[in-house]
Design a protein around this ligand. Structure first.
Ligand SMILES: [Zn+2]
Length: 390
């Protein structure tokens, strides 16, 4: 998560349970033709939600409805100019709070929420979403480089690289024109001559990829070719900064449609990320089993959150537990009790996950999601890497 966004998220989380109700609206701008109809339907559902909400008195309902219309009107013109592949999030309340965030479109679907806290759960999964990928596709005479975000529809900084690489026949004609070259040796020289050009092309490709890296920056790099030799030579030509960022490879050619290349890259990223997530959970379990900096299961995790030990919260996708929270001190318990810090009664909740995520993010921790496929982790449902042991 970029630090700028993290600050915004922390600020929003800090505004929990305030006096004035908040409208939280997420508008996905992926489909330009449908932006306005989506906005209208969000306004509609927000109106419905407001009138059905029995926590609100009539005055609050009236001012929230006015606020919803105000959000609608403010976004109506703005979203026509907004680039695709983005998401616009607005958090507003009746006392003048107005916060807009521009996020990658893959964060969430369009949605609106009314409540006494900003609805921030979609923001907590931002870590992978803000990873920028470089994609480098090459064959022996052409190459293409672009950058992308996962789930984003755009290929940015898209560059096609074409180098003069002679083919077998033309080289043969030019090198044997004096009639000096003998058959066997000549073929070897021709091969070497072509290889020189191919290597120069791959070196040029690597240089241009590095130039784009310096200009645009990307966190991870994917290499693609249908030729294994091209792939391994290309890797050797890459600057060590880029080598370190290489995560995976896939099969593709530079002249394929942008949409097809993005799709292939996106699939390769997904496969890599789920393999990473599996490994990460393996690591958590090993750490736990060896008595290291890890806990598993809801009781231990809640205790670790209470003591501020959690570095990374690892959540199973279907983790849902009832429990008790003190909103003031962000302390947790799975059974009814008074808050160990302030001594007040704790609030009951049907889904601890959201409060747990917030507590961890507020303390500069991270949240990761465990893949469903990890069978060892599943019975625990939740776990955490710790900063320190008690
Ligand atoms: Zn308390």
């Amino acid at each position: 998560m970029t630090s700028l966004i993290r600050e915004d998220v922390q600020q929003l989380i800090a505004m929990k349970n305030q006096e004035n109700p908040v409208v939280s609206l997420y508008l996905n701008l992926n489909r330009p033709q449908q932006r306005n109809s989506e906005l209208n339907s969000l306004l509609h559902s927000s109106m419905q939600e407001i009138s059905a909400d029995d926590r609100l008195n009539d005055d609050q309902k009236k001012s929230l409805q006015a606020l919803s219309r105000q959000i609608h009107d403010a976004l109506h013109d703005k979203i026509r100019l907004q680039p695709g592949g983005e998401m616009l999030a607005v958090f507003a309340d009746t006392s003048g709070l107005w916060k807009e965030l521009r996020l990658p479109a893959s964060v969430a679907n369009s949605q609106v929420h009314i409540g006494f806290s900003p609805y921030t759960r979609p923001l907590t999964a931002l870590k992978n979403v803000f990873t920028r990928y470089g994609v480098l596709i090459a064959d022996s005479r052409e190459a293409r480089v672009f950058t992308m975000y996962q789930g984003d529809r755009e290929a940015r900084h898209d560059v096609m690289i074409s180098d003069e690489v002679p083919d077998q026949v033309r080289v043969k004609a030019s090198m044997t024109s004096g009639g000096q070259v003998m058959a066997g040796l000549g073929d070897q020289r021709i091969q070497r001559h072509i290889q020189d050009h191919v290597q120069r092309h791959l070196k040029n490709t690597a240089d241009q990829a590095f130039a784009i890296f310096k200009k645009a920056g990307f966190d991870r790099l994917l290499l693609a070719s249908t030729d294994e030799q091209v792939l391994s030579s290309l890797y050797r030509h890459l600057h060590s900064y880029l080598q370190q960022r290489c995560i995976t490879e896939f099969k593709a050619e530079p002249r394929e449609e942008t949409e097809v290349l993005r799709e292939k890259a996106s699939n390769a990223i997904q496969a890599w990320e789920s393999a990473q997530a599996m490994q990460r959970v393996d690591q958590l379990m090993e750490e736990y089993e060896s008595g290291g900096l890890a806990v598993l299961g809801v009781e231990s995790v809640l205790q670790a959150i209470n003591f501020g030990q959690v570095h990374t919260l690892v959540l199973g996708n279907d983790f849902q537990e009832k429990g008790f929270v003190c909103d003031q001190d962000r302390t947790f318990s799975s059974s009814r009790q008074t808050c160990p810090i302030c001594g007040e009664a704790m609030r009951q909740t049907d889904d601890l996950a959201e409060d747990m995520i917030e507590a961890v993010i507020v303390h500069n921790g991270e949240v990761e999601h465990a893949p469903d496929a990890h069978e060892g982790f599943r019975p625990y449902g939740v776990g955490a890497f710790l900063r320190f042991l008690m």
